[in-house]
Write a protein that binds this ligand. Structure first.
Ligand code: ZN
Length: 412
């Protein structure tokens, strides 16, 4: 890594700077890859996304690290050799600094309070995560970490970074008898030539090349919003600073609206919602029962003249409107009244047919249903005394029933 070209390591608050364009390569689609002699743009690395902004009048859409070099992906034209005014989107940079610094604080607290080490970090577009080497995390542990992390924020502890060669770092470790290595939260890869120590003074020290705030107070607030088990570790979702505030604002708005709707304090909203769902479930059950009852009595009231089929009375009816369950109830209500066969259909909400006969009657309704549906590409089936079918067109409801009558007559 060429540390001299990376201005953000020294001053992450600098958002406007001049630089010379060393090299421009065409990247297709009206884009080019630009290298500057010195840049404050942060390239995507270490779990933190890139900065965006302007180089000259052109828009920086991405910044990458390629072979230890920072490359800016730019939309528009940039001339090699010229000196250009550059600007970084500060809102995005500051947001990343809040989330990233918040991660340092959280990782420290998880280690101190629960002896859980951070094994992964991702700064997402809306939510950031850290992965902990722990099998699980309780609600009480989450609360404890949240409190302790925010206490560190309120103390507004200064944060400093020091850039040094590997030799210098190794000497430092030797001279202090291993005290630094003992305090270091993250382990250093052996091949690393340059070391950057980031210290939350007297609290946490780690090696990191990201952009950090100058004191913990600027994180503002940290809120843990969820956990997820990922193989051997636990993933913790969190929000810092403005993201945490916006989350609070959004949730407050929803809760205020719900409190008003339920005419209760926000603390009682969850209880009121549960009660409402329970009441709704009971009412739905009562309504289903009532509509079944209605279907039965309506079916019996509007019963037409039956045809005779041996010892049995054969009733047929086609309803314009009836759902599957009320059609079934109607057929059951009719067949209970004697030695009967009932063939019923409905057109809406979807074409459907049901066949039923009195228990013990010598007919196989399931077989008749299958056979009657054959010519009309429908699907259905059932047992000896009841069968149902669908998948037919509205105009075939009558045809299926007529076909079933033919089959019944053949079998008597
Ligand atoms: Zn960092």
């Amino acid at each position: 890594m060429n540390v001299k070209e990376r201005g953000y390591l020294e001053d992450p608050y600098k958002c406007e700077f001049k630089a010379r364009v060393l090299n421009v390569e065409d990247a297709g689609d009206g884009r080019c890859t630009v290298r500057l002699d010195r840049t404050y743009f942060y390239p995507t690395s270490g779990g933190q996304p890139n900065d965006t902004g302007k180089i000259g009048g052109s828009t920086v859409v991405d910044v990458i690290e390629d072979g230890g070099v920072v490359k800016h992906i730019v939309e528009g034209a940039v001339e090699a050799g010229e000196e250009v005014e550059c600007s970084i989107d500060w809102e995005r940079r500051f947001d990343h600094m809040q989330q990233h610094t918040g991660q340092h604080v959280l990782s420290r607290v998880f280690a101190d309070e629960l002896s859980m080490e951070t094994v992964g970090f991702h700064l997402g577009r809306s939510v950031s995560t850290i992965d902990l080497d722990a099998p699980s995390l309780s609600g009480e542990e989450i609360e404890r970490v949240e409190f302790e992390a925010n206490k560190l924020i309120w103390r507004d502890i200064p944060i400093e970074s020091r850039l040094m060669s590997r030799e210098e770092f190794d000497r430092l470790c030797r001279d202090d008898g291993g005290a630094l290595l003992e305090r270091l939260r993250s382990k250093l890869p052996p091949e690393e030539k340059t070391v950057r120590l980031v210290e939350i003074r007297g609290c946490d020290i780690s090696t990191c090349c990201g952009t950090h705030l100058k004191a913990t107070g600027e994180i503002g607030l940290v809120k843990l919003i969820g956990t997820e088990k990922i193989r051997e570790s636990v993933r913790v979702e969190f929000l810092c600073g403005q993201r945490a505030l916006c989350d609070y604002m959004g949730k407050h708005l929803v809760l205020t609206e719900l409190s008003r709707t339920f005419s209760t304090d926000w603390q009682n909203v969850a209880q009121s919602t549960k009660r409402l769902i329970e009441e709704n479930r009971e009412m739905r059950k009562a309504k289903e029962e009532a509509s079944r009852e209605l279907a039965r009595s309506r079916a019996l009231k509007t019963l037409g003249e039956p045809e005779r089929l041996g010892d049995f009375e054969l009733f047929t009816d086609i309803l314009e409107e009836a759902d599957a369950s009320s059609l079934k109830e109607s057929a059951f209500a009719i067949r209970e009244q004697g030695a009967r066969i009932v063939l019923m259909g409905a057109v809406n909400p979807k074409p459907f047919v049901v066949f039923a006969c009195s228990a013990g009657a010598p007919f196989d309704m399931g077989r008749i249903m299958k056979k009657a549906l054959e010519d009309f590409k429908g699907r259905g089936g059932g047992g000896m005394d009841y069968a149902q079918g669908g998948g037919i067109s509205a105009s075939d409801v009558r045809n299926v029933i007529e076909r079933a009558i033919e089959i019944l007559k053949e079998s008597v």
